[in-house]
Design a protein around this ligand. Structure first.
Ligand code: F6R
Length: 612
């Protein structure tokens, strides 16, 4: 949700800024801009500001290849206040043009600030809330950008990650964070600032994750972190484990395709070092709860959004069926505002790929405020949810760049399968069953690789059905959340309407949608729900609806009924969610390709949604 980048050092700033914005483009991609300090600092020459509606490629065209300057800031936008236009793109400047600001977040009191600042002579040019920050800092500026920013922060209501530069302070970038991520990159004689580490991975792996309420002031050779009252903070320098390759496409046509095909490895990473063969159990080091505390858990609640919520639904099903602990997954955006009852005997999990989703973060804080314990299940190391949670599990899927989440989802599933096993082994799962469960879990990456072998078959099906305007995705039990996930994937990247439904529910209404033009994608389990699901399939066929069935290989009955059949390897039904989701990801991907959509950056969306 908007990406910020800053650079100060000996190299050409504009190149590093544009390249960093390209890395952050998945966070928002409706417009972008940079502000670079001109290279005659002593004269206090104003900044060079270049902004452009559209993607980073459009901005790149506008930036002269030889633009001088060694310090600057950049921004890629996902619009909240004000339409998509050159003028609304960041950076925003003050009246003098000497001060530039980029902002991620929302300033709730910008109208009253604007009114006050206009009375003081500020001339607003854009419709954004962010421009108020530039004028406010300029209003407080008396030759010290850090002091001016600090003087301004107390007047801002809302969320922000901010970076700013002033033409009179060569080489200096000042940043502040409250609710929107900001990471400092410590290089060799150079410093970077960005919304996430992907923008700086090519330059440094030494980073400082800023906390809410912290301000950083940086020059090429030094930086200082302090709070708004100017009390110094001792920063911790972390080392980023991700390699640069992980954020390259590596021969795939887009990130989503790469990430779908990476799943055998990413699931294996999520499981790696966590399988305790001797005790038929899982080893999860970061839960920060004693065995006694875990044993005393009476109920589990999962909070999350979107795809992560779907993983949570699978997780809760497992907690109940495998570990026999009552569990429910709730949309974080709903929980926060409904005055939730937080029981001391409940354990909460906040699930988030990015670790920055505002809905999930605020719901987590609300639960913690009421005395609840919240563990994170996150991918991005050092992001806000894992830092603020009481413990948790990193899923280690590696950087997920495509807006549509794929490999993070299956890694989240892996984390839930491990957690469910841990709880089950504390309660009534015997050792031999635990060992068998582990063996089955260990086989999942290989079976996902086999399922990916359906690529060409799914592509052919996608071609045949790509003109359909509506799809139904239907499943029962553990496969119901997978049906929801299949529908979400298709909607978000192809813009085709899709409904995910519990297969048993269609007769209560949605069956009215069935027609020869509305394909139904059925997820057929190989357990006690198989017959029921097949009956639902027949109900659709009887009404003339085409059926695409994903079912275990060799299922002759399903083959005979369905118009299209996508086989998946045989596996215990408990582990079918891992395999069932793969053809659905591929189906969405290939339909989006057929429709010539921008697969990695679908319209209106952004990854990492840091606004409510
Ligand atoms: C869908 C998708 C979103 C995210 C949701 C939560 O493909 O990516 O629905 O799952 O915005 O994001 P995280 O997991 O980062 O909290």
């Amino acid at each position: 949700m908007c990406g910020i980048v800053g650079y100060t050092g000996p190299r050409q700033a504009s190149r590093i800024l544009v390249e960093g914005l390209k890395r952050l483009e998945y966070r928002g991609y409706d417009s972008a801009g940079i502000a670079v300090q001109a290279d005659e600092p002593q004269t206090g020459a104003p900044l060079v500001v270049i902004k452009k509606k559209g993607k980073i490629a459009a901005l790149r065209q506008e930036v002269p290849k030889d633009l001088p300057g060694h310090c600057g800031i950049g921004h890629t936008r996902w619009a909240t206040h004000g339409g998509v236009s050159d003028v609304n793109a960041h950076p925003h400047t003050d009246n003098s043009g000497k001060l530039a600001v980029v902002h991620n977040g929302i300033i709730e009191n910008y109208l009253s600030l604007k009114e006050m600042l206009e009375k003081e002579g500020a001339v607003f040019r854009s419709e954004t809330d962010s421009e108020a920050i530039a004028h406010l800092i300029a209003y407080n500026y008396e030759g010290d950008l850090e002091a001016a920013l600090k003087a301004s922060l107390g007047h801002l209501k809302g969320t922000y990650g901010i970076a700013c530069v002033h033409a009179d302070e060569p080489g200096r970038i000042v940043g502040a964070r409250n609710g929107s991520p900001l990471v400092l990159g410590v290089g060799d004689g150079e410093m970077l600032l960005a919304s996430d580490v992907t923008a700086m991975l090519a330059h440094t792996k030494r980073v400082v994750y800023l906390n809410d309420g912290e301000v950083v002031s940086m020059l090429p050779h030094e930086f200082r972190v302090s709070d708004a009252e100017d009390r110094p903070i001792d920063p911790r320098i972390d080392h980023v484990a991700w390699e640069l390759d992980a954020i390259e496409k590596e021969g795939f046509s887009c990130y989503m395709e790469k990430e779908i095909f990476e799943q055998p490895e990413s699931i294996a990473r999520a499981l790696s070092g966590r399988l305790d063969g001797e005790y038929g159990c899982a080893k999860l080091g970061g839960l920060n709860l004693s065995k006694k505390e875990l044993h005393a858990v009476e109920r589990i609640r999962v909070i999350a959004a979107g795809t992560s919520w779907h993983a949570g639904l699978v997780g809760c099903h497992l907690f109940e069926t495998v570990a026999r602990i009552p569990a429910a997954a709730e949309l974080a955006s709903e929980l926060r505002y409904r005055n939730p009852v937080v029981e001391p005997s409940s354990l909460y999990f906040a699930v988030s790929q990015s670790g920055e989703t505002a809905d999930t973060l605020y719901a987590m804080r609300e639960i913690q405020r009421r005395g609840g314990t919240v563990l994170g299940i996150c991918n991005v190391v050092g992001s806000t949810i894992p830092r603020e949670s009481d413990g948790g599990v990193y899923v280690h899927s590696g950087p997920e760049i495509a807006v549509a989440s794929t490999k993070a989802f299956t890694s989240q599933l892996a984390a839930f399968y491990l957690l469910a096993l841990s709880f089950a082994r504390m309660h009534d799962m015997p050792h031999h069953e635990g060992t068998r469960y582990l063996e089955q879990l260990k086989a999942v990456p290989g079976l996902v690789r086999d399922t990916l072998g359906q690529r060409d078959h799914v592509q052919a099906i996608a071609k045949r059905y790509s003109k359909a305007q509506d799809f139904l995705f239907l499943g029962r039990g553990l496969l119901y959340p997978i049906a929801l996930e299949g529908a979400l994937k298709l909607k978000e990247i192809s813009y085709v309407h899709a409904e995910g439904y519990a297969a048993g529910e269609i007769k209560h209404g949605p069956i009215a949608l069935v027609s020869p033009d509305t394909p139904s994608v059925f997820l057929v389990p190989n357990d006690h729900l198989r017959e029921k699901t097949i009956s639902n399939m027949k109900e659709i066929k009887a009404r003339g609806g085409p059926v695409i069935a994903v079912a275990e290989q060799g299922d002759a009955e399903v083959m005979a009924i369905a118009d299209e059949y996508i086989p998946i390897p045989a596996v215990d039904s408990r582990f079918q969610p891992f395999l069932m989701v793969v053809p659905l990801q591929l189906l969405a991907y290939f339909i989006a390709l057929e429709l010539a959509r921008d697969v990695d950056q679908p319209r209106n969306l952004a990854k990492s949604v840091t606004v409510e």
